[in-house]
Design a protein around this ligand. Structure first.
Ligand SMILES: Cc1cc2nc3c(=O)[nH]c(=O)nc-3n(C[C@H](O)[C@H](O)[C@H](O)COP(=O)(O)OP(=O)(O)OC[C@H]3O[C@@H](n4cnc5c(N)ncnc54)[C@H](O)[C@@H]3O)c2cc1C
Length: 510
């Protein structure tokens, strides 16, 4: 949002703001809201390249306003007013979650939380930090490192990802997670604004209610996180020519509880060579691991790592250090290769990794593709699967979109699941949880947000029924040209008709 966009007039007088919405502008004040069509367009998208025609077929309503609150009190006033008027609110952090969580599919107001980016207090004695939700993880990690302190868990997308966004999406994988567990383990308290505007401060146990709720139950405004003294660290990097050897090593390394453990497959190593001028062997698997501890512990770990990775080629330690330093950039640099980068994430147990990798190779043989894997906790891995395509070539692009059906199926066949629900994966909800659990989640949503204003038609509400999504994806895969034509015709239908149609076939729209 431009700080002083030409569209910004005195809040109560701006003719572009519908009278009912002017109260939001008064709450945040001049320079902190926008109705500029370019801003509205940008705030209607996330990282995923989803075509307009497809969003239209979802019955998407356009947002009318973006507001950027500066503190918890403003968020509270915004939600209280929105709740009284039944106006949809879509919370947004860095927009790096590619599952449509920040797409304001029901219109209304986008709540850009990136202006709430203060480090409120660092308590080195108690080893805690209180931060606002819109701060990005990289800034926090660097600030703490400068003081000899460290976070317990943070995402590799930390250049963009905010505190609220990572916690909101569950924080199930990332840097520190193999050693310290998922991000929720490091939460002491959250300050959350509920749909009716009330402000609650949680304890570590009821914090879990909001972690992974994808902005549907409340807006996380502040978090108190446990931190640790910055430990000494050693990095290791090995290339394996045989996938099976690499996976065996990865599993054993995970048991040593590294702070950071990831691998790149052959395709992803190639991507990194091209996008970042790296000089990696394009081996079946390149593993990078970082361990923390005292000098004595690290010497012991080093011996164990050497023995575990005896079938691999060891890179010099400074190359391994470089990849650790690069940890926030690796995937972001892939975007340069495009023109369009498709990303799908699945999570599965180590023991199914080899089979899943072979199935991915078969499914993606027509693409230039690569896999990056972040080790999670409890013997599982999170795979980020990248495929290059070109959205200007619509037919090819629609075919690539059908990977959103193919890749989760590989996950399910291998005891895994999709990573993140939001808009695009809400059809998978019934596959992930038993019916009773889904009903309980929906009951919690109704209890916390009876007027359904917070990120409506997402996560526990399946907008397009599963059968319709499956059929559409199959058509995209088999006859992408026809599907593209069909979707381009849909936009001539009135939105109201599409929305009614989706409701009739069982879609849960607001
Ligand atoms: C290259 C790359 C690397 C990634 N690495 C990781 C990784 O290591 N680990 C991992 O878990 N994920 C990873 N992801 C996924 C994504 O980056 C994370 O989910 C990220 O933490 C989202 O943060 P964000 O601020 O961008 O959230 P957004 O995309 O802005 O929002 C995500 C969801 O959270 C909700 N939300 C945002 N802020 C709040 C708030 N304050 N209160 C309540 N709800 C809120 C939104 O409504 C939305 O549903 C990666 C993605 C990419 C593209």
């Amino acid at each position: 949002m431009t700080e002083a966009s030409p569209s910004v007039a005195a809040p109560s007088a701006d003719p572009k703001v519908r009278p009912e919405l002017r109260r939001f502008c008064e709450i945040v004040g001049e320079g902190n809201f926008s109705t500029d069509p370019i801003d509205l367009y940008c705030y209607s998208r996330d990282l995923a390249p989803i075509p307009y025609d497809l969003l239209y077929a979802y019955g998407m309503l356009e947002p009318e306003l973006v507001v950027r609150p500066r503190g918890v009190e403003q968020v509270s006033e915004i939600l209280r007013y929105a709740n009284q008027r039944r106006i949809p609110i879509t919370p947004r952090g860095g927009g790096s979650f590619a599952m449509g969580g920040t797409i304001p599919i029901e219109g209304g107001v986008v709540l850009d939380l990136c202006g709430m980016n203060e480090i409120v207090e660092i308590n080195g004695a108690d080893l805690t930090v209180r931060v606002q939700c819109g701060l990005n993880w990289r800034r926090l990690a660097e600030k703490l490192a400068g003081m000899g302190l460290s976070l317990l868990a943070y995402p590799s997308s930390g250049v963009a990802a905010t505190i609220g966004g990572y916690l909101g999406t569950g924080g199930g994988a990332g840097i520190g997670v193999p050693r310290n567990g998922v991000a929720g383990n490091s939460i002491l308290s959250l300050k959350v604004v509920l749909a009716d505007g009330s402000i609650v401060e949680t304890n570590p146990w009821d914090s879990w209610c909001f972690i992974g709720a994808e902005g549907t139950l409340g807006v996380i405004c502040e978090a108190v996180l446990k931190i640790a003294p910055l430990a000494r660290q050693r990095c290791f990097m090995y290339a394996f020519n045989r996938l099976g050897d690499g996976i065996k090593a990865l599993e054993s390394l995970a048991r040593l509880r590294p702070f950071f453990l990831h691998f790149l497959d052959r395709g992803a190593a190639g991507f990194l060579n091209e996008s970042d001028n790296a000089a990696l062997d394009e081996a079946a698997m390149t593993i990078v691991a970082a361990f923390q501890g005292t000098d004595r512990q690290l010497a012991g770990v080093s011996r164990q790592v050497e023995s575990i990775c005896k079938d691999g080629k060891r890179y010099p330690e400074d190359t391994a250090e470089h990849e650790w330093e690069n940890r926030f950039k690796i995937e972001i640099s892939f975007k340069r290769l495009g023109p369009t980068l498709m990303l799908q994430e699945i999570r599965l147990p180590f023991r199914f990794l080899e089979k899943a990798m072979l199935e991915l190779a078969e499914a993606l043989k027509d693409y230039r593709w690569g896999v990056q894997c972040l080790s999670s906790d409890h013997g599982s891995v999170c795979l980020l699967i990248y495929a290059l395509t070109d959205e200007r070539d619509k037919k090819r692009f629609y075919k690539a979109l059908s990977l959103a059906r193919v890749i989760p199926r590989i996950g399910y066949r291998n005891q895994g699941t999709v990573y993140g629900i939001a808009l695009h994966n809400s059809v998978h909800l019934a596959r992930i949880h038993p019916r009773s659990a889904v009903e309980a989640m929906r009951a919690i949503k109704r209890r916390f947000d009876p007027n359904n204003i917070l990120n409506p038609s997402k996560t526990v509400q399946t907008r397009v029924p599963r059968l319709l999504v499956t059929v559409s994806m199959l058509l995209m895969e088999r006859v992408p040209g026809l599907m593209r034509l069909g979707l381009s015709m849909v936009k001539f239908l009135p939105r109201g008709l599409i929305r009614s149609g989706l409701r009739v076939v069982g879609g849960q729209l607001r």
